[in-house]
Design a protein around this ligand. Structure first.
Ligand code: ZN
Length: 292
């Protein structure tokens, strides 16, 4: 399309790409117009819309503050992606932790020191306005403090453009060093808020341990290759740990990963459907303020 493609080509490359992104981000300051014309964000988060074919799959154990947690992933654009948008790291970079296949591990759910989250988003990022809106909301409603900084310090979030059509993604919790939150150009505030929720330590509501007592998963409404996205977690970490929360920004809507709009994958116990949230819920805020 335009300048964002130059930058995003680096996102999933298998070689270290940060210097390239840094350089292009700076070029972007001068060369790319700020595009705020597209905002498709009225119904919350829509996972499973990506067109990229999974290049493989696997299971790994991630280290969490409360102990190890097994999680399934697909390899998309060279990244290990769980549950549609949780980035577990590069497929070919056995870095930290225990992967059944690569012996790699990833830290999950680590908090940000003193609730301070440095971040950078290029002036040329098409979703910059949405990013700033989401940050403003989380900063205002929680005890977290976000500070925009240049991209050369450690332990920070760098917002980059997604190369997986229709998909934004983030790691869970502070990873150590510069970590990337990948935002699709036309995604709006609610999607960014969801990814930001991951980045500060939140998991998905629909995979928490008591999910089956609160919603029905309609396995027939999605291909079996998507079933792993609904695998429940067995440790109490990174969830909104109060009552099951349909209003959580971390809850997918009824049609996540579904074949079509006539076949909801997630319904309430009475069979009704619901949309993803577009704002932090009271419970989201409560849990973040306990942590931070
Ligand atoms: Zn998510």
């Amino acid at each position: 399309m335009h300048c964002h493609e130059i930058i995003t080509q680096k996102k999933h490359s298998t070689t270290p790409w940060l210097p390239g992104v840094a350089m292009l981000a700076m070029l972007g300051l001068a060369g790319c117009a700020l595009d705020t014309s597209e905002e498709m964000d009225t119904e919350g988060f829509h996972p499973g819309e990506g067109n990229a074919e999974a290049a493989g799959s696997g299971r790994m154990t991630v280290d969490t503050p409360n102990g190890p947690q097994e999680i399934s992933y697909e390899i998309v654009n060279g990244r290990k992606i769980a549950e549609g948008d949780i980035d577990l790291g590069a497929a070919d970079e056995p870095s930290k932790g225990t992967d059944f296949q690569t012996k790699a591990s990833t830290r999950i759910g680590y908090l940000w020191n003193d609730g301070l989250v440095p971040y950078h988003v290029s002036l040329s990022h098409p979703a910059r306005t949405a990013v700033l809106q989401a940050i403003s909301e989380m900063d205002a409603l929680t005890d977290l403090t976000f500070i925009e900084v240049p991209i050369f310090i450690r332990d920070m979030i760098l917002f980059v453009e997604s190369t997986d059509p229709g998909v934004s993604s983030s790691a869970v919790g502070r990873q150590g060093g510069i970590q990337y939150v990948s935002i699709w150009p036309t995604h709006g505030k609610s999607v960014v808020l969801h990814e930001l929720g991951h980045a500060v330590g939140l998991w998905h509501e629909q995979t928490r341990w008591d999910r089956d007592e609160n919603v029905n998963i309609n396995w027939g409404c999605m291909p079996w290759t998507r079933w792993h996205n609904f695998e429940m977690k067995d440790v109490v970490t990174g969830f909104t740990s109060g009552p099951y929360d349909f209003k959580s920004i971390m809850h997918y809507g009824s049609f996540a990963f579904s074949y079509n709009l006539f076949c909801p994958t997630i319904t309430k116990k009475d069979g009704s459907t619901f949309s993803g949230s577009s704002s932090l819920s009271a419970e989201d805020i409560r849990v973040l303020n306990i942590w931070y």
